[in-house]
Write a protein that binds this ligand. Sequence first.
Ligand code: DSN
Length: 425
Amino acid sequence: MSRPLSHPALAAADPELAALVDAEERLQTETLRLIPSENYVSTAVLEATGTVLQNKYSEGYAGRRYYEGQQNIDRVERLAADRAKAVFGVEHANVQPYSGSPANLAVYLAFAEPGDTVMGMALPMGGHLTHGWGVSATGKWFRGVQYGVRADTARIDFDEVRDLALKERPKLIFCGGTAVPRTIDFAAFAEIAREVDAVLVADIAHIAGLVAGGAHPSPVPHADVISTTTHKTLRGPRGAMLMSREQYAKPLDKAVFPGLQGGPHNHTTAAVAVALHEAAQPSFRDYAHAVVANAKALAEQLLARGFDLVSGGTDNHLILMDLTPKEVPGKIAAKALDRAGIVVNYNTVPFDTRKPFDPSGIRIGTPSLTSRGLGTEHMPQVADWITRGVEAAGAGDEDALGTVRAEVAELMAAHPAPGLVADPS
Ligand code: DSN
């Protein structure tokens, strides 16, 4: 049972573009997607992103717009915000940020002045560009001071974070990141932020779905502001949200609009609402816990095959592999795995001696494969494919990569992905 191709008008009007979309759909169907920030959205979320809501301008907020004709849009935006408040247990939610980086920039605009000191985790240690890293506007327009992880444990050293905060007195402290395989201790960050009178921003982009599903501790009530994208473990459309206590609602809203953005993307807001509705179902809790169980099982299997994992394993959906002992650079491994039908990204590891564009590690995760119904019983097979892929990368063995690719495609064919053509739902 397959649903028919979902874009007949597109195929008729622009066959060239339609063919590219179809090719991408085939790629997403046939490959084992392990990039931890990616996922498969449901058909319902996909449909919401393709609605006529995208035709409407609605600068402002529900009930206070600069354009007429908001009878339905106001209700869509309120629905999305109310669902966000219910799912995350927050007092305020702004569902308008276009994506994670603009959402974070809005936080700066709300609570800091250019030149102010801000603190976040260094990008090569697992942080995000927008947490004050030098090449980002947040590191150019603000004075970014950065914490890292301990060399011996690859975990955050809260004594170091506290000392840095006391010395630098940042206006904002960001916690969270893009390559953090361990539980974020929001309470410990909050204690430090309170001591230096900083606004604590929990960037939960990677783990939002785990938080929603009860598989990672919530930043509520520790963080002053919670920033998240909606398209990673939360399994929504590409977008973002800012959440907070009521006391921070006004400055945040003002920073998003009119501070940074114009009209919100209403079709995206609708899809966010759908994703939040899905995240409120009991089955989403099962999904979130399965993501973590799969990651832990995969980490164990990789360790058993002699891989070096940053921090020795994972507590969440993400595994950072240091390939230095295997003598295969991360980029070579990532490109070889891609040829084997296993999609990962190359990534720096803490204290990497190689360059960011040619680093020592690869970053993998289990949100996508869990969405396809793979369970812990499949993780030995996945670890085996990764092992064979990395070994073939080192040996330059293209035939071995081709064999893995065929095996991967066979398993993937038996596990249709949500939202794709072969999805029976
Ligand atoms: N690019 C995202 C990720 O892959 O983690 C973060 O912005």
